[in-house]
Design a protein around this ligand. Structure first.
Ligand SMILES: Nc1ncnc2c1ncn2[C@@H]1O[C@H](COP(=O)(O)OP(=O)(O)OP(=O)(O)O)[C@@H](O)[C@H]1O
Length: 286
């Protein structure tokens, strides 16, 4: 799955601004960003569900906008608010959908409905939002997709259900090599399962990196007033800068993998701080 140069405007406002992204097979990419950052728009553009103003998206080398049935059968998508087939009972909907998929795992459906204590005979429209989301997740996993796309799957789930979902995603990725793209604003969820992380902010993709190397590549420097002369121009790799309330500045920097830190990181009186993912998110998107 890949996109290059995606632009999308709504009422003149950019929802996607020159977004390029490549999802390598077998990775679990967590897409993180604040409300309205453009996550859903990006997911829909990647899947060819909306046309963009510029740029292109492809899935397994085919243009996303002209995806054929063969490709569709290899991927599953859980939208933020699953609404399809709401007049059917849980069991009937899953039976009906299952007929379209050769690799439909009926035993998984059965076991997971029990494990998640979902009412099989109730109409989808009468389920709670969290229950509906769980059913949508079962529906998405049962065909054993090669590519699983989840738009804020945890939004309506309680903490126990969230853990179960994350465990299931990790299992699929680890055992079957399923490629996963999921959006979230819960940083701890992302840290639990993602191999890669992408930050969206105001329609732009600010950062796309392997999760493990992210912390090694970023640093917050606390620069005391005495070293202020070092901050006249931009610091190499500068991502964010804030004045400290008690004087001095904090500067977040990024370096290429294996590259050296800029001189400022070694300057006298400058303190280095390794950022958590949450801190980094707040720094770039705050
Ligand atoms: N159909 C639409 N018509 C007009 N504006 C839209 C439409 N869809 C999205 N937008 C706007 O585009 C921007 C990005 O929205 P999007 O839903 O992609 O954000 P998001 O990151 O998924 O947000 P959230 O975390 O709240 O779900 C927002 O400002 C939103 O209001």
């Amino acid at each position: 799955m890949a996109a290059s140069g995606l632009d999308k405007r709504y009422d003149g406002q950019p929802a996607l601004d020159q977004v390029s992204l490549r999802l390598e097979p077998g990775t679990v990419l967590g897409l993180i960003g604040r409300n309205g950052a453009g996550k859903t728009t990006l997911i829909r553009a990647l899947l060819g569900l909306i046309e963009t103003d510029a740029g292109s998206a492809s899935i397994w080398g085919h243009p996303a906008l002209q995806m054929g049935d063969e490709c569709k059968a290899r991927l599953s998508y859980v939208p933020q608010q699953p609404e399809a087939l709401a007049w059917l009972k849980v069991d009937d909907m899953l039976d009906f959908i299952g007929r379209f998929y050769p690799r439909w795992d009926a035993a998984f459906v059965d076991a997971t409905l029990d494990r998640w204590e979902l009412p099989r005979n109730r109409m989808l429209a009468k389920l709670s939002p969290g229950e509906r989301q769980r059913v949508a997740i079962i529906r998405a996993l049962a065909p054993q997709p090669e590519l699983l796309v989840l738009d804020e799957p945890a939004a309506a789930l309680d903490p126990v259900a969230r853990r179960e979902l994350l465990r299931e995603i990790a299992l699929r990725a680890g055992e079957s090599g399923t490629t996963v793209l999921f959006s979230t604003h819960i940083v701890s969820d992302l840290e639990r399962v993602a191999s890669h992380v992408a930050f969206m902010h105001q329609g732009r993709l600010l950062l796309h990196s392997e999760l493990d190397s992210l912390k090694e590549r970023h640093l917050r420097l606390h620069v005391p007033p005495a070293a202020a002369d070092q901050l006249v121009g931009p610091v190499p790799g500068e991502v964010a800068r804030r004045p400290h309330p008690y004087g001095g500045h904090s500067v977040v920097i990024v370096r290429e993998e294996g590259a050296a830190w800029p001189m400022l990181a070694h300057a006298p009186g400058v303190q280095r701080e390794v950022l958590s993912l949450e801190d980094l998110f707040v720094e770039v998107a705050g």
